[in-house]
Design a binder for this molecule. Sequence first.
Ligand SMILES: Nc1ncnc2c1ncn2[C@@H]1O[C@H](COP(=O)(O)OP(=O)(O)OP(=O)(O)O)[C@@H](O)[C@H]1O
Length: 294
Amino acid sequence: MTESTDTTLITDDLAVTYTGNRTVDAVEGVSLEFSANRLTAIIGPSGCGKSTLLKSLNRLHEIQPNVEITGDVRLNGESIYDTDEPTPEVRRRIGYVPQKPTPLPLSIYENVAYGLRIHGDYGSTEELDERVESYLRKVNLWDEVKDRLDAPGAELSTGQIQRLCLARSLAVEPDVLLCDEVTSALDPISAETVEETLADLKDEYTIVMVTHSMDQARRLADDVVFLYLGDVVEANDAESFFTNPQTERTKAFVGGSDTAASGATGGNERDDHAAAAGTDDADGARTDPVRAER
Ligand SMILES: Nc1ncnc2c1ncn2[C@@H]1O[C@H](COP(=O)(O)OP(=O)(O)OP(=O)(O)O)[C@@H](O)[C@H]1O
């Protein structure tokens, strides 16, 4: 990872345990720094805790029952857990974009204007129009929708809806954007467009992205966190991570020989670790829709 001078988001010995029918230590004492205006990819095999870690960065895991958390997450030096700040405000500042985008049952225009209206964060109608246009431009959607802003958001293609949802997230002016496999439900061309949008956004926003695709991490990430069974194996800037891995497990993962680490079976690593042997596709071909098209 890069030096901490411009770090905005920190996890401090963060641990998350599911305490339902069986106890699962999904994230085990993770301390990380996510630097401002960089895109950090969280990678690792299925079931290693990527989504749990991502959701704990804006308290989204709390919507499920039977989850315990220890340690801390701090945004710009202030805890998001030990705070009087209402959780919706925490989640406004640390936005979350899910794998499957769901537009509001509103027009394209209102999907973006919604957050601005809720926060009262606009002046005149003209200003609202300008803000909506600017967010649609940021996600490279304006030219595709400018002539049908009153049409229902749900009528767009899935890839367009994902970019609309990105625009909706940006409209509430987050400090950090959490992206949970945001291209994995898309066709290759839509996935490529969303990737291009993320590449544009990462200079302006602090983005933390979970991806199953090592190829996508190579294309997009400034920094990489490699998780394995709830622990950080290695966290480094992307170039060092991919060209000069520091641990044998990372070397195997990057080199494609660690089938258990690859997630290539598509199963849950914690449950079927042993069953993971037998394939050498550690490069994420199964989950790289963009590469599938190329
Ligand atoms: N609600 C839950 N209750 C109990 N265990 C859970 C729950 N959600 C996740 N887990 C377990 O926690 C561990 C981490 O899951 P998580 O979904 O965070 O991993 P992941 O790396 O994102 O997986 P994938 O790549 O398959 O999406 C897994 O063993 C999973 O089975």
